[in-house]
Design a protein around this ligand. Structure first.
Ligand SMILES: Nc1ncnc2c1ncn2[C@@H]1O[C@H](COP(=O)(O)OP(=O)(O)OP(=O)(O)O)[C@@H](O)[C@H]1O
Ligand SMILES: [Mg+2]
Length: 155
């Protein structure tokens, strides 16, 4: 783990800027497998909101809804500035074991460097194979104010 970084954001506009910045970093980080961002934090902390803002940065026009009931949703990325071609949004909240995600084709997903994978509730699939990931932990301070702590998981 690298030294953790803390960011305080006050509203959704700042979340938008933050998500664009994180996208830029993930996009620019050299990789030979998928880009992965783990989103942790309590119910309502802002994990799905982050996914929506990140999709907005990529000019994805489809509406990003919480994938809780379908576990996984995929969106095509057409933005020429992106080295990723697909955004894959996973909500592991309803999973009991990491094997459930493995049955959904996790191995193929992580092998493809054109995939950008966001996972809400990564704690639910602890121990699953992750080549390298950015980790964001969301906490509600009060109202629209959030504390976001960043770590980076090394290979
Ligand atoms: N600064 C902010 N950052 C994130 N979300 C915010 C912020 N201000 C307000 N919100 C609102 O807080 C709510 C966060 O809900 P969201 O669905 O993103 O939570 P979640 O972490 O995905 O929860 P769950 O674990 O239930 O999936 C949204 O309604 C969002 O609009
Ligand atoms: Mg959510």
């Amino acid at each position: 783990m690298e030294k953790e970084k803390v960011t305080i954001i006050h509203n959704l506009d700042e979340l938008h800027l933050f998500s664009c910045m994180i996208f830029g970093e993930v996009n620019d980080t050299e990789r030979d497998s998928a880009g992965i961002i783990l989103l942790s934090g309590d119910l309502g902390a802002g994990k799905t909101a982050f996914a929506k803002e990140l999709a907005d940065c990529l000019h994805i026009k489809e509406e990003i809804t919480s994938p809780t009931f379908v576990i996984q949703k995929e969106y095509d990325i057409h933005n020429p500035k992106s080295s990723f071609r697909k955004l894959i949004h996973i909500d592991a909240y309803r999973l009991e074991r990491k094997e459930e995600l493995e049955y959904l084709g996790w191995g193929d997903l992580i092998r493809n460097p054109e995939n950008l994978i966001l996972i809400e509730w990564p704690e639910k699939v602890e121990g699953i194979k992750i080549p390298h990931a950015f980790i964001l932990h969301f906490e509600i301070i009060e109202g629209d104010k959030r504390k976001i702590t960043r770590d980076q998981m090394k290979k």
